[in-house]
Design a protein around this ligand. Structure first.
Ligand SMILES: Nc1ncnc2c1ncn2[C@@H]1O[C@H](COP(=O)(O)OP(=O)(O)OP(=O)(O)O)[C@@H](O)[C@H]1O
Ligand SMILES: [Mg+2]
Length: 249
């Protein structure tokens, strides 16, 4: 098993606040990798650095062996590094299908070979429909995305990210605000996507029960530092993690 992502000694400060203070870890191809930690630990900042929203002050990110320094978020997405956002990033006025087609554009290289416009449109649509079907969103394909209940909007965002055929998908609290049933549905879709499309998953999550049930390995951050990096069943026993995050309850 080889590392699909390696982060080495990442540092990033915002006006004196050290959001990341020497974060290093790796993600193995095919795994479900969780990042947890208290509010303000640096989890979203880490995703922003991995996806190219910010460049780190120091350190590097290697994705499939390639150094990502200087590469834009778009370039990273084309290389197979997809993401979803904390909160929701969909185009509310656009149909569900059009939202997912936007994601699918990433997966359809324009060059080479350039496809005739009609064929390109047909292929985009066919792939977007397949993803919608996969996530049980087909019945809503023509609805404006913003009209759907929150749980389904969240699923549209995941569908759009999956439509870009990422090799590694970064998810920032995908389960926040979902009901237990919606969480279970989303977990199943993600695990199926991993099996069927070979996608590696890195998710930031507050729902510890879900993390411990689903993840292969866990990274715990606190104040921008790594407290723990290893299998989920041992994280509860780690004294530093208990102290900083889990508490003694
Ligand atoms: N753009 C920014 N400008 C200034 N400070 C920032 C910025 N982004 C993050 N920070 C600070 O960096 C630290 C880490 O924030 P981050 O959003 O990464 O935490 P988080 O672990 O995702 O928290 P949460 O669980 O609440 O989402 C916090 O102190 C935050 O205030
Ligand atoms: Mg966050």
């Amino acid at each position: 098993m080889s590392a699909i992502l390696e982060a080495k000694d990442l540092h990033l400060s915002f006006k004196g606040v050290k959001a990341l203070a020497g974060v290093g870890f790796h993600v193995v191809e095919g795994e479900f990798f969780a990042v947890i930690g208290p509010n303000g630990a640096g989890k979203t900042t880490l995703l922003n650095v991995l996806s190219g929203v910010y460049e780190p002050d120091k350190g590097q990110v290697l994705f499939r062996g390639q150094n990502l320094r200087g590469k834009s978020p778009q370039a990273r997405a084309r290389m197979g590094l997809g993401r979803t956002f904390q909160g929701l990033e969909i185009f509310r006025g656009m149909s569900v299908l059009d939202n997912v087609k936007l994601g699918a554009e990433l997966a359809l290289p324009t060059y080479p070979p350039a496809l005739p416009k009609a064929e390109r449109e047909w292929r985009l649509r066919a792939w977007a429909e397949e993803v919608l079907d996969y996530l049980h969103l087909s019945p809503f394909r023509h609805a404006p995305a913003g009209m759907l209940p929150y749980g389904l909007q969240k699923r549209v965002e995941v569908a759009r990210a999956l439509a870009g055929r990422p090799k590694l998908l970064l998810l920032d609290e995908p389960m926040a605000g979902l009901s237990l049933e919606e969480k279970q549905d989303l977990a199943r879709f993600l695990l199926d996507a991993r099996e069927e499309w070979g996608i590696t998953l890195l998710w930031v999550e507050h729902d510890l029960r879900a993390v411990l049930e689903l993840s292969d390995r866990v990274l715990v951050l606190s104040y921008g530092e790594v407290l723990y990096h290893g299998p989920p069943h041992e994280v509860r026993k780690d004294p530093k993690v208990v102290e900083a995050y889990l508490g003694h309850g």
